[in-house]
Design a protein. Structure first.
Length: 262
């Protein structure tokens, strides 16, 4: 299977039709239909790595202050416990990944999946972000889950290449600050070169630049799982590029060939 990173942006993208969301159905049509989707979302951060083993995951509305219709959305995709359990308590994983049957699908997962697979007919499960891991260790865990691809599982990283809600500029719905453009461009260049070393050391592009692009790093980390689970043989393309409100990069990155790709 290919690997996909999506900058998911505002939860409102779950119910809105715009240039970003309209890219997702066309993208899923070009991808082989997966046996399951493993989502690494910015919105599930834990102490120690966890994997969601629920057979019937709940839809988690992990946000506040949005219109009522957004809270009414349900995404009833089945879970994929057999795939999740291959990761949980696997002695080859160091440290081990703990099973978790309480978590469901957070908005980093379902706000994207409901556009890609609106029938909710593709099993989905999530892998958490271990808050104790370094950038390099997140990348290494991405390498450890690479075998999912061989079993027909789509690895979906859901975060944002640039994510600073404190600096949102409501007057610039599709504009971007210079520092946002710079950080996004550095990531794009490193991804094209499959320069995992640079991506695992983004502070070397400038501590201030990283801190401004990511006051907290959870939206950056899913990219490292995508990079870890791919290599130089995977073609890189960008199904969508753009910014929202100055400080959010909505870039998508597809690793590997889609059906019909030249």
């Amino acid at each position: 299977m290919p690997v996909l990173f999506v900058g998911h942006g505002s939860p409102m993208n779950a119910i809105e039709h715009n240039a970003f969301t309209e890219t997702l159905p066309g993208l899923s049509a070009r991808l082989p239909k997966p046996r399951a989707v493993c989502v690494v979302s910015a919105h599930w951060v834990t102490t120690g790595a966890h994997v969601m083993t629920s057979a019937h995951p709940k839809t988690i509305h992990d946000f506040y202050g949005f219109p009522r219709p957004l809270y009414e959305v349900q995404y009833p995709a089945p879970g994929a416990p057999s795939e999740a359990e291959k990761l949980a308590n696997n002695p080859e994983m160091a440290p081990e990944i703990a099973p978790d049957d309480e978590w469901g699908l957070d908005h980093g997962a379902w706000s994207v999946l409901r556009h890609m697979y609106p029938k909710a007919d593709v099993p989905a499960f999530q892998l958490s972000l271990d808050e104790r891991r370094s950038f390099k260790e997140h990348l290494e865990l991405g390498r450890e889950i690479q075998k999912l691809r061989e079993r027909g599982v789509l690895i979906l990283g859901s975060g944002n290449i640039v994510h600073n809600l404190r600096r949102i500029d409501w007057k610039e719905p599709h504009g971007a600050y210079d520092w946002a453009v710079e950080f996004d461009a550095r990531v794009k260049q490193a991804v094209l070169a499959h320069d995992t070393k640079s991506l695992a050391q983004p502070e070397k592009w400038g501590e201030a630049l990283l801190a401004t692009a990511h006051p907290t790093v959870e939206h950056y980390l899913p990219l490292l799982y995508c990079m870890g689970s791919t290599d130089e043989r995977d073609a890189v393309s960008y199904p969508y590029e753009g910014f929202d409100f100055g400080s959010i990069s909505m870039r998508m990155i597809l690793f590997g060939e889609a059906k019909g790709a030249e």
